[in-house]
Ligand binder design. Structure first.
Ligand SMILES: Nc1nc2c(ncn2[C@@H]2O[C@H](COP(=O)(O)OP(=O)(O)O)[C@@H](O)[C@H]2O)c(=O)[nH]1
Ligand SMILES: [Mg+2]
Length: 200
C-alpha cells in the first residue's frame, strides 16, 4: 500500500449512556471537552482523517446513543463497520457489564474481520474506580479486543486510541495490497472485507 493510498473506514462507537462516547469523539475530532455534554439523540456523525505512514485513513465515525430505547437502531450503525469502539465508564460496574453485552452482540452479528476496541473511560476519576484495569484487560485479551483506558476530560489516550485503530485497520489490509493496486487508490474497507470473504 503506497503512502498515497486513501482508505475509508466506518467506525462505530457503542456503550452505555453517559460512558463518554460523545466526549471521546468530540475530544478527538475537535480537541474540546464539555462538562455537560448533551445526550446524543439517535446518532451523530463525525468525519476524521488520520495521516499514517503507510496510508491516509478517513474515518467515518458514528457515535450512537446509549439508551435502551435506541438499541434496535444499533445494527444500522455497526453493519458495514470496519471498526467498533465499545466504551464503558470505569466508575460504573453497570456500564462495564453492558459493554460486555455489546461485545457479545458484535461477535454474534458483526463481521468476523471487525477491528474492535474496549475502552474504559473517565480514568481521571481514579478515586471512584469500580472496574479494575486488569479485569478489563484480561477480558479484552480473551476476546481478541484492543483495550485502553482514556479520559476525554484530560485527553489521556484519546488520539492514541484512534491511531491504534487506524494502524490495526491497515495491517489487516496489508495482504490485500495487490487488490488495492488493481482497484485504485480510493477504496473502502468494507469493499475489501467483502472481497476477502468472497476469496477474490
Ligand atoms: N470526569 C470525566 N467525565 C467525563 C469524561 N468523559 C465524559 N464525561 C462526562 O460524562 C457525561 C456523559 O458524557 P457523554 O460523552 O455525553 O457520554 P455518552 O452518553 O456515552 O455519549 C458528561 O457530563 C461528560 O462531561 C471523562 O473522561 N472524565
Ligand atoms: Mg452521546
Amino acid at each position: 500500500m503506497g503512502s498515497s493510498a486513501i482508505i475509508q473506514a466506518k467506525l462505530v462507537l457503542l456503550g452505555d449512556l453517559g460512558a463518554g462516547k460523545t466526549s471521546i469523539v468530540v475530544r478527538f475530532a475537535k480537541g474540546l471537552y464539555y462538562e455537560c455534554q448533551e445526550s446524543t439523540i439517535g446518532a451523530a456523525f463525525f468525519s476524521q482523517v488520520l495521516a499514517l505512514d503507510e496510508a491516509t485513513v478517513k474515518l467515518d465515525i458514528w457515535d450512537t446513543a446509549g439508551q435502551e430505547r435506541y438499541h434496535s437502531l444499533a445494527p444500522m450503525y455497526y453493519r458495514g463497520a470496519a471498526a467498533a469502539v465499545v466504551v464503558f465508564d470505569i466508575t460504573s460496574t453497570d456500564s462495564y457489564v453492558r459493554a460486555k453485552r455489546w461485545v457479545d452482540e458484535l461477535q454474534r452479528q458483526g463481521n468476523p474481520h471487525l477491528v474492535m476496541a474496549l475502552v474504559g473511560n473517565k480514568v481521571d476519576l481514579q478515586e471512584r474506580r469500580q472496574v479494575g484495569t486488569q479485569e478489563a484487560m484480561d477480558y479484552a485479551e480473551a476476546n481478541g479486543l484492543f483495550f485502553t483506558e482514556t479520559s476525554a476530560k484530560t485527553a489521556q489516550n484519546v488520539s492514541e486510541l484512534f491511531y491504534e485503530l487506524g494502524k490495526r485497520l491497515l495491517s489487516q489490509l496489508q495482504f490485500c495490497e495487490l487488490l488495492c493496486c488493481r482497484v485504485g487508490h480510493h477504496l473502502t474497507v468494507s469493499v475489501l472485507v467483502h472481497c476477502q470473504l468472497k476469496g477474490w
